[in-house]
Design a protein. Structure first.
Length: 446
């Protein structure tokens, strides 16, 4: 096997016949497109390390308890052929092996080391961002993107990744510029749509955000189910800020839930949107019960603490109290078994007490929920998820304060958000309720 180059100029040691499949993975991964799966078509015929390693990565993205087991045979085949591999491919294998072993900090570290030598390896950057994001390490995301910037100015997908890294570091002006640069190069860049949606939501530009995401939605074709459902989820959030709850619920049914219902990200998108709608007083009917068969299979997954927290809340809202308690017990066992310091801290010190707070909220024990969640709000970044995703936990905390009559604390928390987002009808309605609870004129919320 001679060394070739992929579409971004990275060295590849596989046969020429494998190159189109590797290119489909390399570009399809950063474009969030389903063509990444084509590499599975040649896994049985091509034992080369990069083909096998990327097939293993696809299995790990399933984010379930069987993912690592399903990835192992591919990693074993890759290691058996390692003598024929390029150094870049050996680094890829080492990173994905660490991921399969559950050591995501090490996986991120190895990918960042790879990027120092191959800054146009955008698949490595995307996977490194995935791990850093799940570890709550947005500065690492930005550090890696900035290091690659001079080498990737021609690639629209790079600018989308840079935009999201900026946004997660609260650098909103830079994030918007990077996202719009991506869209100038290629309008069908769903990650740039996603990054810009974050910026517009954070800045309270509700009308603009709704119009932009509606205009972009016709291009959300051929995408993986996460990117497809997640961008529609963001559009639903703008509808909720505009108090258009019926339309948001309709989007849940038509675009957010049901694409790949067995997939983790589709499940948490549904959980998050249903919970937010309920917090606004919307009756979501039997939708929690429709989710529960899938959540009952998550009892021992523990792939990411951010996922487990939402599975737990979804089970509780579906009335699956025994299953929710069993999941909490299983989470405790998983947390106790962690040996990697960063992961142990996230599970033990943040995830578990937050889980107890969420369960208390679902059970209507609002004082207990507020007591549990309050000290953790600033630390929830450690369990992963984006600002917009973790805002669900803020909203549940606010709900707990309201239901337990802690109006002064609630006013102190919500009024600054309302100040920053005057277009939000959702926040205005909350402020009117808060001032009424405080015995002050609701007109102060105007």
């Amino acid at each position: 096997m001679g060394t070739q180059q992929d579409l971004y100029g990275n060295p590849v040691s596989s046969d020429a016949a494998a190159l189109p499949y590797l290119n489909d993975f390399a570009e399809g991964f950063v474009a969030c497109e389903m063509r990444v799966l084509r590499i599975l078509d040649i896994a049985a015929q091509d034992p080369s390390p990069l083909v096998q390693t990327w097939c293993a990565a696809l299995h790990l993205f399933a984010e379930d308890a069987q993912a690592a087991w399903q990835a192992r045979p591919f990693l074993q085949r890759a290691r058996a052929q390692l003598a024929q591999a390029h150094e870049r491919e050996a680094q890829w294998l080492a990173a994905v092996e660490a991921w399969a072993d559950g050591d995501t900090p090490l996986a991120a570290q190895r990918l960042e080391a790879l990027l120092q030598h191959y800054p146009r390896d955008l698949a490595a950057l995307k996977l490194a961002h995935y791990h850093a994001f799940n570890l709550g390490d947005s500065p690492a995301m930005l550090r890696m993107a900035l290091a690659a910037q001079a080498h990737c100015a021609d690639i629209p997908y790079f600018h989308g990744m840079l935009a999201f890294a900026y946004e997660q570091c609260h650098l909103l002006g830079q994030a918007e510029r990077a996202a719009r640069q991506a869209l100038q190069l290629r309008f069908k860049e769903p990650w740039a749509h996603h990054a810009l949606a974050h910026v517009l939501l954070t800045q309270g530009r509700v009308d603009e955000g709704l119009a932009f995401m509606q205009s972009a939605s016709s291009s959300w074709t051929g995408l993986n189910s996460f990117m497809q459902t997640h961008n529609w989820w963001h559009l639903a959030l703008f509808l909720m800020e505009d108090a258009r709850h019926d339309e948001a619920l309709q989007l849940h049914d038509s675009q957010v839930w049901g694409v790949v219902p067995a997939y983790s990200q589709d499940q948490i998108g549904s959980i998050s949107l249903l919970a937010r709608l309920e917090l606004e007083g919307v009756d979501v009917g039997p939708r929690w019960q429709q989710l529960s068969p899938y959540l009952l299979q998550r009892q021992h997954d523990h792939v990411l603490p951010f996922l487990d927290l939402q599975y737990l809340y979804g089970l509780a809202r579906a009335g699956q109290w025994e299953a929710a308690q069993q999941l909490l017990v299983s989470m405790q066992g998983h947390a106790d078994a962690q040996v990697q310091p960063r992961l142990r801290t996230a599970w033990q010190d943040v995830c578990l007490p937050a889980a107890r707070g969420l369960l208390a909220h679902a059970q209507g024990q609002y004082g207990q929920a507020a007591h549990q969640l309050g000290p953790l709000i600033a630390r929830l970044v450690e369990v992963g998820g984006s600002h917009a995703q973790r805002d669900l936990f803020n909203q549940l905390y606010w709900s707990a304060l309201r239901h337990s009559g802690q109006w002064t604390a609630l006013q102190n928390l919500v009024q600054p958000w309302h100040n920053q987002q005057p277009q939000s009808k959702r926040l205005a309605a909350h402020m009117r309720r808060i001032y009424q609870g405080l015995g002050l004129p609701p007109s102060l919320a105007a």
